[in-house]
Design a protein around this ligand. Structure first.
Ligand SMILES: Cc1cc2nc3c(=O)[nH]c(=O)nc-3n(C[C@H](O)[C@H](O)[C@H](O)COP(=O)(O)OP(=O)(O)OC[C@H]3O[C@@H](n4cnc5c(N)ncnc54)[C@H](O)[C@@H]3O)c2cc1C
Length: 399
């Protein structure tokens, strides 16, 4: 017997985009189902550095670009949710650092100093006195200036847990080898059918949302429409576990418009911190082997923080793709992307921080299309498997 599940909205993909929307639409009274092919949050979302950007790093060229303007309001949106005053409840999510910092190894040049002090960046970038430096930079051998950014860093595992609290029974683990997108002659999606035997299920929604990150291109091709194209921008991240290291959350700025290093810190089960290194080496090191990539990052840390003893540090690397709508010449997209085609929305947030902006876009389209909450919340049969929350990416890296 095929189980039929009727819902207002079916979301395909449980990264930050799908999960934020799942929570927000559920709270607005829409009946929602979330279909995930692997684990919740387990792709780009958990591999991200967890920085809730306000766009300051995009201003490194000394100009406020469209990208930095669009993202500027996101930290406050997240902060409101963390404090229990926002559109969704993230009071259980954990803050890793209340600020992200920016430091320069050798003066940042007068143009940038003037820019950082300008009205345009007021409230977004504050120069600190030495007494206000975070613990890591209090070392007497540290040389340079530190700026405090109006951005913060979250423990993404705890964000995923908070977003799915009470909603896991409406997630379905979907195996596309045994599932189909059913369509009609007008190009509308009519259903998603999964399974074959006693677990056969037909999911019918009034609107479908593709929020599958790098998997969205495959969904578009299964649907067979002429949808937006996707681009992948690869990164080769580096992880280092330095015994008894202090946590560090900062961009190091050099001469390029990409930070020379972006370091965030993530707690391990044994009470230590892993420094997770992105920025320029992650962008330029895509063709390096892991050993070559580690050697480059070792050199950078030795040059920039010579007082840190790296002799018993453990190293690892992680490759990840950022999935986004295709732009000319791999330029960075500047806002969350949402395109409405027939009864589906094709989305990419383009940044973790832009998940609230993406949900605004979807809700705007739902209102324009007069899709109001209608169906009761669907109940998954016990024969269907729910999706599970991912593990932190670093949990196996040093075992
Ligand atoms: C190394 C790295 C660091 C980053 N750091 C930051 C940062 O500090 N701050 C920031 O704002 N942004 C950051 N980003 C960008 C950010 O992580 C992404 O923009 C964001 O996580 C994308 O979320 P998503 O939900 O679109 O995709 P994903 O997190 O990739 O989620 C997509 C989900 O869909 C599932 N899926 C795939 N195919 C299917 C299918 N056919 N059916 C059902 N489910 C499917 C996947 O299993 C996955 O769970 C970083 C990205 C990377 C790679």
């Amino acid at each position: 017997m095929t189980q039929h599940l009727d819902t207002d909205i079916a979301i395909l993909g449980g990264g930050i985009a799908g999960l934020w929307l799942f929570r927000r639409l559920s709270e607005l009274g829409y009946s929602t189902l979330l279909l995930e092919s692997s684990t919740l949050g387990g792709e780009q979302t958990i591999k991200s550095q967890g920085i809730i950007h306000g766009g300051t790093k995009y201003a490194l060229s000394g100009n406020l670009t469209k990208a930095s303007e669009c993202i500027a309001s996101m930290p406050q949106r997240w902060r409101d949710c963390m404090e229990g005053n926002g559109e969704i409840d993230l009071t259980q999510a954990q803050l890793l650092s209340p600020h992200h910092y920016m430091w320069s190894s050798s003066g940042i040049g007068s143009k940038l100093t003037t820019f950082f002090a300008s009205k345009a960046l007021r409230g977004r970038v504050d120069a600190l006195d030495k007494s206000q430096y975070p613990e890591f930079f209090q070392h007497p051998k540290f040389r340079g200036n530190i700026y405090k950014l109006n951005e913060f860093v979250l423990d993404i595992g705890s964000v995923i847990t908070a977003l799915t609290e009470g909603l896991l029974q409406r997630t379905i683990k979907i195996d596309w080898q045994h599932s189909q997108l059913e369509t009609d002659e007008q190009g509308q999606i009519t259903a998603i059918t999964t399974g074959g035997g006693e677990d056969a299920c037909m999911i019918r929604a009034r609107r479908y949302v593709f929020a599958a990150g790098a998997g969205t291109a495959d969904l578009i091709s299964r649907w067979g429409i002429d949808g937006p194209e996707m681009q992948l921008r690869p990164l080769h991240m580096c992880m280092v576990k330095v015994p008894n290291a202090a946590p560090l959350f900062a961009h190091c700025i050099g001469t390029s418009t990409v930070p020379r290093l972006t370091i965030t810190s993530h707690p391990t089960a044994d009470g230590q911190w892993i420094w997770y290194i992105g920025g320029e080496p992650a962008e330029t090191g895509v063709n390096r082997t892991p050993d070559e990539q580690i050697a480059v990052c070792q050199q950078e840390l030795k040059a920039l923080m010579p007082w840190v003893d790296l002799s018993s540090a453990q190293w690892a690397t992680l490759r990840a793709n950022r999935a986004e709508p295709k732009q000319n010449s791999l330029l960075r997209p500047d806002a969350a992307f949402c395109k409405s085609i027939n009864n589906c929305f094709i989305t990419w947030p383009t940044k973790l921080a832009l998940a609230p902006n993406l949900s605004d876009e979807v809700i705007k389209h739902l209102n324009q299309q007069e899709i109001k909450p209608q169906f009761p919340q669907p109940e998954r049969s016990p024969l269907l498997q729910g999706a599970e929350i991912c593990q932190p990416f670093w949990s196996d890296a040093f075992s």
